[in-house]
Ligand binder design. Structure first.
Ligand SMILES: Cc1cc2nc3c(=O)[nH]c(=O)nc-3n(C[C@H](O)[C@H](O)[C@H](O)COP(=O)(O)O)c2cc1C
Ligand code: SF4
Length: 486
């Protein structure tokens, strides 16, 4: 796992937990009513993929248990994992690209409603992504995947040779020669595996994205409403299609790339299509990056413009993440696909305690405050959700008191202890199982294994209702909290 140069293990921040009285009068536990978004309080569990769906994208009993467990902690908002908007195979990732997914998702919404006594507002994150393939064996790449061009023939002086001989000749070239003979993109495919980009407009399905995506997202949002969700979150963060349109790396020349205004065009058209496909009270939010954290990528100033544009476009909340890009991802092993959380920008997305001076805690707050300020300066008050290393009451309270964000997202801390907001609310903070921010969970996510927290395996393993993963060693759900509830 990448970490900043000279990183040192940073301690968890000291936590002074509030009494129930203090929690009751806090910003964190005050309600939010802004436009369509009404939350009982400012607590929020951002999207986390647990890899528990069936291979064809359906909700399973394990998916239901997973979200029920978060709902028991009664966060103000809970966002269901990135869910594919298309009807294409995507491994054990939830999907919403066809009406057949609605009944399972409806069960999920019902379970959350029941488990949170109707308190938690439930959103589903809608994602589109482009093709990415595993890093090939070099031999296979030259034998099968590389498209032979006149350039290869000319470089080797084998203009008339049969294709098979040319492929063998290429496979036998030393690295320095290959660097001259292959294009940078071909070299990347050899070294990293094939990865489509939004700029590959020579491919008809990529050229057509602006025509296809608004309708695809709109139909997915309508299904989310039919399934009983309170709203959707458009995934325009990290390494996925909408984020790639927003990115400064998007140089499309068809009116959907180049200037920031044109890069915003498709995400705003998706937003408008989604809005018109759902009812007036249905919440439509967007997640994007406060900073792409890559060379030549969008910085915070760009994120300010993006935030204002989404707010003007009528989005009901913006949720800000950072980093998580392919551009600086680590080279995968042969047979593995590149993963956008393995490089510096990936670390910024889910920072660990092996950190630089700044540490991993609240690393996204300053950027988020700037985006929020820009939205307010534009005369709008769209609520802003912040996430990234937030795991104590004081931290959350200071962010809200200083008006740096309106809602506090805590992903890994909520994974470590789904009851943590509830424990805070009840003045029982000392019972919180504190996330260590060392990313065992993220390692599982990377391998597409059922995500669990290492801390769960240290408690009450003999309790009657414990369920384990296929290996029988990892607990699938956080230990139950036997605390008093009202
Ligand atoms: C296991 C795991 C899965 C995640 N899946 C998603 C996802 O589906 N969509 C998303 O926008 N972010 C995803 N994230 C990122 C989190 O939502 C969050 O932005 C990040 O973990 C930083 O917040 P934290 O410090 O509170 O954990 C995931 C994080 C983890 C640990
Ligand atoms: S596995 Fe580690 S980083 Fe992940 S939630 Fe648990 S303690 Fe936190």
């Amino acid at each position: 796992m990448w970490h900043p140069p000279g990183a040192r293990r940073q301690p968890l921040p000291l936590a002074e937990w509030p009494t129930q009285l203090r929690a009751e009068s806090s910003h964190l536990f005050s309600p939010l009513h802004r436009g369509r978004l009404a939350l009982r309080d400012r607590t929020w569990v951002p999207a986390m993929v647990p890899w528990r769906a069936t291979d064809d994208g359906q909700v399973t009993p394990n998916v239901l248990d997973w979200y029920e467990r978060f709902a028991e902690g009664r966060p103000g908002g809970l966002v269901v994992e990135a869910t594919g908007v298309r009807d294409v195979p995507s491994g054990p990732l939830l999907r919403i690209g066809d009406d057949r997914f609605v009944p399972g998702l409806n069960q999920l919404a019902e379970r959350v409603r029941r488990a949170s006594s109707g308190v938690t507002r439930l959103f589903i994150q809608l994602i589109d992504f482009l093709t990415i393939r595993r890093r090939p064996e070099p031999r296979t790449y030259f034998e099968r995947h590389l498209s032979i061009t006149p350039r290869h023939r000319a470089a080797l002086g084998l203009e008339q040779a049969p294709e098979a001989s040319l492929r063998s000749a290429l496979a036998a070239l030393p690295r320095e020669r290959l660097q001259a003979v292959l294009t940078p993109r071909e070299l990347e495919t050899l070294d990293q595996g094939l990865r489509e980009r939004v700029t590959d407009v020579h491919l008809p399905h990529i050229a057509d994205l602006p025509r296809e995506l608004p309708g695809i997202f709109a139909r997915a949002a309508a299904r989310a409403e039919a399934a009983g969700f309170d709203g959707v979150e458009l995934h325009a963060a990290h390494a996925y299609t909408l984020a790639s349109f927003l990115s400064a790396h998007n140089t499309r020349r068809d009116g959907y790339g180049g200037s920031l205004e044109q890069r915003l065009r498709l995400p705003l058209e998706v937003l408008a299509a989604v809005r018109s496909a759902v009812s007036a009270s249905f919440v439509v939010g967007v997640r994007f990056l406060a900073d792409e954290c890559i060379a030549g990528g969008n910085d915070v100033a760009a994120a300010e413009t993006i935030g204002v544009a989404f707010a003007r476009g009528g989005v009901d909340f913006v949720s800000l993440s950072r980093g998580g890009k392919f551009e600086d991802a680590k080279q995968p092993k042969i047979g593995w696909a590149a993963y956008p959380y393995t490089g510096p920008s990936g670390w910024e997305c889910m920072p660990t305690t092996l950190a630089d001076e700044q540490g991993p805690f609240g690393r996204n707050v300053a950027a988020c405050a700037r985006v929020r300020r820009a939205i307010h300066d534009a005369g709008l008050d769209t609520p802003v959700v912040v996430a990234g290393g937030i795991a104590t009451f004081e931290q959350a309270e200071a962010i809200l008191a200083n008006e740096q964000a309106d809602v506090i997202g805590a992903a890994r801390q909520s994974l470590a202890d789904p009851d943590w907001f509830e424990k805070l609310r009840r003045g029982q903070g000392e019972q919180i199982r504190r996330c260590t921010f060392t990313n065992y969970c993220e390692g599982l996510d990377q391998k597409h294994k059922s995500v669990t927290c290492k801390l769960w395996d240290r408690e009450s393993l003999d309790a009657p209702d414990v369920t384990f993963d296929a290996t029988g060693r990892r607990r699938l759900l956080a230990p139950r909290w036997r605390g008093e509830r009202d």
